[in-house]
Ligand binder design. Structure first.
Ligand code: FAD
Length: 291
């Protein structure tokens, strides 16, 4: 088991994100995906958490499974909106007992139907960071939104809140983005707030335009016109769309590493193919001294 803060201190980290499946078929498919990605030797993998606790047990089950059945260190996502402080404490007690050392502390989103969470003792992820820090023993990550959080009234206040929570956390992982300038200007803004903690770019290879546009709309990310035009050239050929999407992501990742990004976090959507292609194209499977 490794703490992500320690891994980051020794060089760039390369990691994968999974979500806990809803049914038996999903678990079988994810088992195959993890088997196919495990031998790439990621530094850690992360497991998402359904807002309001909707995947509480499934997230914990998947995190435990990764920890017990693979050599990879897991990180559990945890959202605070919709939870009481006592519930969060119970979750932290369970993760500590399981030997899990990494948590991504998130705000989460209000229920999609517009209703209020029944009981919520948290408003912002920074309050969760404080509680996890006080509990002790975890390496703590937070979410960063290079283009601003969609609920933020403006970018200036969003950056100030990000700087404040990152000052108390160990590292951040970003929402996906397609223009490197979004990442660079966020890093400049954080530097102007005196924050120099590692911010790991989250990478989403576009393999399906409709799906990514939907996700981008929800997360406040821009899908640039040039990207739509490039991927659209694949027409009805899904394999060609994946190839183009992986090429675009490879270029972005290579540039991010050139400018000193502290790692890359790949949103796998529980599939191995695009991540494996991206990994190979970035030369991450080459022995370290192969040049
Ligand atoms: P916060 O840091 O609480 O920020 C939310 C908003 O509040 C922002 O607009 C911020 O500027 C503002 N804000 C923060 N502090 C204050 C303050 N003190 N006063 C006023 N305004 C403030 N969602 C899930 O449900 N499950 C997941 O597993 C999950 N994983 C994610 C992983 C990554 C890498 C990322 C980038 C996002 C993930 N999300 C996940 C989405 C995330 O929960 C949503 O984007 C959520 O709306 C905001 O989360 P946050 O942690 O950025 O919230």
């Amino acid at each position: 088991m490794a703490r992500i803060a320690d891994l980051l201190a020794s060089g760039p980290t390369f990691s994968f994100e999974f979500f806990p499946p809803k049914n038996e078929a999903g678990w079988l498919s994810l088992g195959r995906t993890i088997a196919e990605l495990e031998h790439l030797g990621p530094h850690y993998v992360s497991v998402t958490y359904g807002a309001g606790g909707s995947t509480r047990t499934r997230t914990a089950d998947l995190v435990s499974w990764v920890k017990r059945q693979t050599p990879i260190s897991p990180m559990a996502h945890l959202t605070c909106q919709g939870h009481t402080r006592a519930e969060i404490r119970d979750i932290l007690i369970d993760y500590r007992a399981e030997g899990v050392q990494n948590l991504l502390a998130l705000g989460g989103d209000p229920p999609a139907d517009g209703s209020e969470h029944a009981v919520s003792e948290y408003r912002f992820s920074s309050e969760l960071v404080d509680d996890i820090r006080a509990f002790g023993g975890f390496s703590i990550g937070v979410a960063a939104h290079p283009e601003g959080h969609p609920r933020s009234p403006d970018l200036v206040s969003d950056r100030a809140h990000l700087a404040r929570k990152l000052a108390d956390a160990d590292f951040a992982i970003t929402q996906f983005f397609f223009e490197i300038d979004h990442y660079l200007s966020m890093m400049d803004d954080l530097a102007s707030h005196g924050v120099d903690k590692p911010v790991i770019p989250g990478i989403m290879p576009v393999t399906n335009l409709a799906q990514v546009s939907r996700m981008a709309h929800m997360s406040g990310a821009e899908v640039p016109r040039w990207l739509v035009e490039k991927v659209s050239k694949a027409g009805d050929d899904p394999e060609e769309a994946v190839r183009i999407g992986v090429d675009i992501a490879t270029e972005l990742c290579a540039r991010l590493l050139e400018v000193g990004a502290p790692g890359l976090h790949f949103y796998t959507l529980n599939r191995s193919g695009p991540t494996r292609d991206l990994w190979r194209q970035l030369g991450l499977d080459a022995p370290p001294d192969a040049g």
